[in-house]
Design a protein around this ligand. Structure first.
Ligand SMILES: NC(=O)c1ccc[n+]([C@@H]2O[C@H](COP(=O)([O-])OP(=O)(O)OC[C@H]3O[C@@H](n4cnc5c(N)ncnc54)[C@H](O)[C@@H]3O)[C@@H](O)[C@H]2O)c1
Length: 342
């Protein structure tokens, strides 16, 4: 059987780490990306790390005719891992239609092509944002979804629904992976997060401040009802996250998944405050971080962290990296980044 897997958003942060994991586990990943938030040079780093050359298509997945060329070239694709999306929560409130168009049309094109070309497995990048505000943590996959607080979050909720409606009408099975907060970098120090757009997540903001790209960083709100007043999140290392995609693919291709669509939380299962993350960074880097305490940011949830029991039991997944390694790999990557062509 062919081991070809199409990775959309393949030159992005999580996509590129997943391509490495797929090669390491005997799959043959093919990448597609339109480069709106990443650079194809990432695949040179992947080649250094795996010794494998990944075929890449520079295509906007909103263009179905162009996208179909991939399937014409590779009629035996077994699985699609669909990372491609715009992901900035704040920006999505300013240009919601761009988010709805990009994230939903690209998804529907991929689903339609997947069905036409008899793809067996579809893995979708969802997010803990689908749970919405005010839910009790640790949260499991059974929790009701509360309407999302941003157009970005809505695209993830709608995408999940589209997949749930479509898959039972086909022979394809799907896994929805709800990520908590992906962070960290490849332990080699040769690959990490290198977005074209400004980094907004806490960990890159910390490392960019420490290296001097930002003068100071703001902790948004220290009056939440938490142990130190700052928000609580669940951080998951990007390599652990990447491996969960390979395991999900195997779960479907080995015909172990009973239902047309299954869903898994992916987080370490432990909530850490913003100040605890900063302390972990200061410990592993030996640097004092220049930060100030600011006002709460609209839309931020007080606390959310995962119940990851299902991923552990059903996919045999487990997180191998904890917070210190997340911060250490992110810091090594930040220091190496300026020397690399990314
Ligand atoms: N990083 C996170 O914090 C996080 C959290 C939860 C969910 N997710 C989801 O995981 C997925 C991957 O995230 P990431 O952090 O790797 O982001 P990323 O921006 O690094 O990767 C996404 C890639 O998709 C590409 N892309 C976007 N629209 C496209 C289109 N129409 N056609 C072709 N390529 C397109 C971008 O150029 C980019 O390389 C996204 O769907 C994101 O919403 C990310």
């Amino acid at each position: 059987m062919s081991k070809k897997v199409l990775v959309t958003g393949g030159t992005g942060y999580i996509g590129s780490h997943t391509i490495i994991d797929l090669w390491e586990n005997g799959f043959e990943p093919i990448s597609v990306d339109n480069g709106c938030n990443s650079d194809v040079s990432v695949l040179q780093q992947v080649e250094i790390l795996t010794g494998k050359k990944t075929i890449h298509y520079n295509i906007d997945l909103c263009n179905k005719t162009e996208s179909e060329k991939i399937f014409i070239d590779h009629a035996d694709i077994q699985g699609i891992i669909h990372f491609a999306a715009l992901k900035a929560v704040g920006e999505s409130t300013e240009i919601p239609l761009v988010y709805y168009q990009n994230n939903l049309i690209s998804l529907m094109n991929m689903l339609e092509l997947a069905s036409t070309y008899k793809v067996k497995a579809f893995i979708f990048s969802s997010s803990c944002t689908v749970y919405g505000e005010g839910q009790k943590s640790p949260i499991n996959e059974e929790a009701d979804l509360i309407p999302a607080s941003s157009p970005y979050g809505s695209t993830k909720q709608f995408s999940e629904q589209i997949i749930k409606d479509f898959c039972p009408t086909t022979d394809m099975k799907a896994v929805l992976l709800r990520y908590f907060n992906p962070a960290g970098a490849h332990p080699s120090g040769l690959l990490g997060e290198s977005p074209k757009n400004i980094a907004l997540n806490l960990v890159p903001v910390i490392t960019e401040t420490a290296i001097g790209k930002r003068k100071v960083m703001t902790v948004f709100g220290n009056d939440y009802d938490t142990r130190d007043g700052t928000c609580i999140r669940d951080y998951i290392h990007v390599c652990d996250l990447a491996h969960a995609h390979t395991l999900s693919l195997e779960y479907i291709l080995e015909q172990r998944q009973p239902d047309p669509v299954d869903v898994f939380n992916l987080g370490i299962g432990e909530g850490l405050t913003v100040l605890e993350i900063i302390k972990a960074f200061e410990k592993v880097s030996g640097q004092k971080l220049n930060y100030i305490l600011g006002d709460r940011r609209p839309g931020d949830i007080k606390a959310i962290f995962a119940d990851n029991t299902k991923a552990k039991e059903v996919l045999s997944w487990k997180p191998n990296y904890l917070v210190d390694e997340i911060m250490k790999t992110a810091w090594i990557w930040e220091q190496n980044r300026s020397q690399l062509p990314l």
